[in-house]
Design a protein around this ligand. Structure first.
Ligand SMILES: Nc1ncnc2c1ncn2[C@@H]1O[C@H](COP(=O)(O)OP(=O)(O)O)[C@@H](O)[C@H]1O
Ligand SMILES: [Mg+2]
Length: 250
């Protein structure tokens, strides 16, 4: 955990900033299936929150509720104190919400450049591409390559570049390290650390590398079968007896 991150979150909290995200009593699912059963969760301003739980717990569904891809049947979603429950995803994105989805979400038949263009605000393309290429030299070198012909790790980096192509307030990261070689996973976590430290952006992170996620986070939630079963500081969650059982790390 970096001291910069602590400073950023402490000063935001001290200034009485509203939470970056507040979910209250969210019930949501798909068609006739209820997945989330009255879930409440808070990401304090300028901080990192980890969301943990086994496969099928509802973590990705929760992130989709935050970004507006899944509409809750009840409950509220607030960003920086403003209720956004009924706003479509693009309007939430304009408020600085960035969802880096499970499975990367890159356009495989477009070039790296065109993917970057799709990620940024109209009118800001050139500067945004420069920022992304500076943060990730690999993207600069592959700028005209078809995204689908890059490795999984490179596609993940392209997907994460959207955190740089726009000014983000809250980033949702869903299983960014899934299926990647350890060296790429290091790069991805370094990148996330960098965003938090440089920009004071808030993060809600879901990752199978539970300890890496907890190392970055100040607070954590454990979810099972659509309910929050534990929440606390990341140290408290790391010390949970049931934790290894949940995560399959024992
Ligand atoms: N598009 C969908 N349609 C119907 N059910 C879904 C859909 N996506 C996920 N589910 C179901 O919702 C539950 C939670 O899934 P998910 O949110 O992806 O969990 P996690 O990300 O924790 O693995 C699972 O039972 C899954 O089968
Ligand atoms: Mg998932």
């Amino acid at each position: 955990m970096s001291s910069n991150t602590d400073d950023a979150s402490q000063s935001a909290a001290a200034a009485g900033a509203p939470p970056a995200l507040e979910l209250t009593d969210i019930v949501a699912g798909y068609d006739h299936t209820t997945v989330l059963r009255s879930v409440s969760l808070t990401v304090p301003a300028g901080s990192v929150t980890a969301l943990l739980g086994p496969n099928g717990a509802g973590k990705s569904t929760l992130l989709k509720v935050v970004s507006g891809l899944v509409r809750p049947t009840s409950g509220t979603v607030a960003m920086e104190g403003e209720i956004v429950t009924k706003l479509p995803p693009n309007q939430r994105a304009r408020k600085g919400l960035c969802h880096i989805p499970e499975g990367r979400g890159v356009y495989k038949r477009l070039t790296v450049r065109d993917n970057l263009v799709m990620q940024c605000h109209a009118g800001d393309e050139t500067a945004a591409i420069e920022r992304a290429a500076e943060a990730f030299p690999i993207l600069g070198r592959r700028i005209n390559q078809m995204a689908g012909t890059m490795s999984g790790g490179e596609q993940q980096i392209l997907s994460m570049a959207r955190a740089y192509t726009r000014d983000q307030r809250l980033i949702l990261v869903d299983e960014a390290s899934l299926g990647l070689a350890p060296i790429i996973v290091d790069e991805i976590f370094n990148f996330l650390h960098r965003i938090v430290n440089e920009k004071g952006t808030s993060l809600l992170i879901v990752d199978q590398f539970v300890h890496r996620a907890l190392d970055m986070a100040q607070t954590a939630y454990v979810m099972n079968r659509g309910e929050i079963t534990f929440s606390g500081t990341s140290a408290e969650v790391a010390a949970l007896d049931v934790f290894g059982e949940y995560m399959g790390t024992h």
